[in-house]
Design a protein around this ligand. Structure first.
Ligand code: HEM
Length: 138
């Protein structure tokens, strides 16, 4: 996920929430392959949430799904620009852990030039996710 500047600890450019490998959790700190990994949450009642993903950087369910579709095809929509004008992709992860980034579908963009999910697909997925809300009625 993109770094969330609204989190006070992120004012320190040397601070990173690396999920499983720390700094809050300490039992996996000697396992670099777990750095940047976060628990996959249940999607039950996800449509009721106001913040999404481990750092709450996304505020709309549509955008949470859109992120999957366009992280790799349009990274400039999500990540800030570096001083040299290029998009600073994965700006919340130290470079040595970039190999841990998830690339499976619908994220995988190495072989595709267009998002694998269209805006219509995103809308369909959001409609589906709404059915996971307790008490949902068709
Ligand atoms: C179209 C497919 C997918 C949809 C619609 C989807 C939807 C979502 C949503 C809405 C969230 C945010 C939940 C919350 O914050 O409460 C989420 C989080 C997450 N999803 Fe997915 N997901 C998809 C595919 C995948 C895949 C392929 C993986 C991994 C192989 C994955 C792993 C995760 C993980 C690890 C999180 C938590 C990330 C974090 O907290 O930073 N998802 N997903």
């Amino acid at each position: 996920m993109p770094r969330n500047p609204a989190i006070p600890a992120n004012a320190d450019p040397n601070y990173y929430d690396l999920g499983l490998c720390g700094p809050l959790r300490t039992d996996l700190s000697n396992k670099p392959e777990t750095c940047g990994l976060f628990r996959t949450p249940s999607l039950r009642n996800v449509a009721r949430r106001q913040v999404f993903f481990h750092n709450g950087v996304v505020n709309r369910l549509e955008d949470a799904v859109r992120f999957y579709a366009t992280r790799d095809t349009q990274p400039g929509k999500w990540y800030p620009r570096s001083a040299d004008g290029t998009t600073h992709k994965f700006d919340d992860l130290p470079p040595q852990y970039l190999g841990n980034v998830e690339n499976s579908l619908p994220l995988e963009a190495r072989w595709v030039l267009r998002p694998v999910l269209s805006e219509s697909d995103v809308a369909d997925l959001v409609a589906f996710l709404n059915t996971l809300t307790d008490g949902w009625a068709p």
